[in-house]
Design a protein around this ligand. Sequence first.
Ligand code: ADP
Length: 582
Amino acid sequence: MRLSLQVRLVLGSLVVLTITGLLSGIWLEGRLRHTMQAQHEQELNRLNDVVVQYLVAAGGLEAGMEVDALVDAVGDSIQRRVTVIDSTGTVVGDSALDGERLQRMDNHANRPEIRAARLRPGDRGISRRYSGTIRVQMLYVAQTATDDPSAPVVRVSMPLETIEDAVAGLRAAVIMAGLLAAGLCILLTLVAARVYGSRLDRIAARMRANLSSRYPEPKGGIDGLVQSMDRIGQDIESLVDTLIQERDRFLAVLETMDAAVIALDRSRTITVVNSAARVLLDLGEDPTGKPLEEVIRVPDIVELTRSDLPQTVTQVEVNLSNAGGSRIVLLRAVQQRMSGGVVMVLHDITEIKHLEAIRRDFVANVSHELRTPVSVIRANAETLLDGALDDQAAARSFTTAIHRNSERLTMLLSDLLDLARMEAGETPLNPTTVMLHHSVERAFDMLGLAAEQRGVTLHNEIPSGLQVHTDPDTFDQVLLNLIGNGIKYGQSSGGRVWVRGFGESECIRIEIIDDGPGIEQRHRDRVFERFYRVDPGRSRDMGGTGLGLAIVKHLVDLMGGTVGIEPRDGGGTIFWLTLPAG
Ligand code: ADP
C-alpha cells in the first residue's frame, strides 16, 4: 500500500516529534531529579547541623536526659523528621513517633546512614531508601553529635515524595506539550501541503502549457504533481542537452564557414562572431560582448545596423580597407523578429568582382581583336568585287591582305580555343621524363627560319643530362612560345636568344634569355594577362595575338610549375620557369 505524501509527511513529523519529546523528557526528568535531590541533601545537611547544635546546646544529648520531647519540638519547628539514636542503636527520640510506638522501634544500629555516620564521626552519613516505619521513600542524613564514635547520632530525614510529584508533573507537562505540538504539526503539515501543493500545481500547469500538451493532468494530489514535475524535469534536462548539442553543432558550422557571420542583440552588442569574420574585419581579440560601433569602424555597416532593418534580407556591397588591403564585401543583414537582434553575413567578393572585370575585359578585347582582321578582309573583298579583280597587281595585293588577316584570325581563334580548353580542364597531360637539351634543340629547329629572318642566333646552354618530369608536348608549346617571343621582341640583326638550365634539388629551373630592350617593371606583372601587350602595334606587326604568355602561364600551372620574369643585367629579359625534376 502506498501512503499519500500528506500522510507520509504527517507520520514523518510525528516520529521526529515523538523521538525528540521522549529524549528531552528523559533528559529533563534526570536533570529535575538530580537538582531536587541535591537541594534536599543540602537542606538536610544544613538542618542536621542546626539540630545537632541545638540539642548539644540544650543538653538534650547528655545521659539520662529526656531527649524525645526536645526532638519533637525541634522536628516540629523545622517541619522535618528528627531521630536521635544512642550508641547501642536504640532510638531515644523521634519527632514522628512517641511513647509506646517509640519504645517498639527497631534497633537502628544497622541503618546505612547510621553506620556511615559512626564510621566517620563528625561527618555525614546519607541514605535514600524506603522507610518501613512510615512507609514512604525517604532521604536520611545522620551525624554523630561529637567526634566521639560512640556519641548519640542525630538524624534528620524527609520524604522524597516531592521529587516524584515534581517528576510526575513534568511528565504530564511534557506529554501535554507533545500532544499539542503533534496537533499543531499535523495541522501545519496539512495546511502547508495544501498551500504549497496548489502553488506547485499552478506552476506545473503553467510549465505543461508552455512545454507541450503531452503532460497529463496530475492525479492523486501532491504525489501526482511530484510525478508530473519529475517528468517535466527529465524533459527539461533532455531539452537542455539537445540545446547544448544544437549550440555546439551551430558553433562548429559557424567556425568552418567561409562566410563571415556576426550576430548582434537588440542593443547592437556583438553576441556571436566566427573566425572568418575576425579575419575579414581584422578584429584581433574576441569582440563578443562589445558594442558593434566600438569594434567595427566601417560607416556603411554601422549605419546599416543602426537603422530599423526590414525583416527580409537587406543586401549591400561595402568597401573595406584594412591592413590586408582593400576588399569588396557583400553584406546581407536580417533583423530577428522575436529578439530584435541582427544577423549579418559577409562574403568577400573581391575575387569574384575581379574575375567579372576580367571576363568583361576579355569579351571586349576579343571583339576588338576580331574586328580589325574581319573589317580588313571585308574591305579588301569588297574592293575586289568592285572591280579590282581585273587589275592583276591590285588583285594580288588585296588577296594577300585577305590571306594575312585570315591567318591572323586563325591564330587568334586557335589561341582562344587553347585557352578555353585549358580552362575547361580539357588539356590532358601525360607526364614522363623529358630530356631538356633535346626539347630545346627541337624548338630551335622549328623556330630556326624565323630566327634567321630576324638575324637572331639561338644558343642551347642546357647541360646534356638535365631532365624534367612533365608532359613533353605541353612543355614544347611553352618553350616555343617563350623562345618565339625572344626572337620576336628581342634585338634583331645580331641579337641572341639562349636557354639555360639548372638542377635545384627537387625542381629544375629553365631560363629563356634575350638581349633585347627588356620589359619595364610596370608591365612585368601584367604581361601574363590575356591581351596585355607592352607595345600593341609592334605585337600585331609581329603577328602576336596577345595571348601567348597567358597560355604559357596556364600550361606551366597545369604542369605543376611556376613561371616569372626578371630583367637581364645589360638589357634584355629573362623568362624563367621551374618544373619538377625528372
Ligand atoms: P603576343 O602574342 O603579343 O606575343 P604574348 O602574350 O606572348 O603576346 O606577349 C605579351 C606581350 O609581352 C607582348 O605583346 C610583348 O609586348 C611583350 N613581350 C613578350 N615577350 C617579350 C620579350 N622577350 N621581350 C620584350 N617584350 C616581350
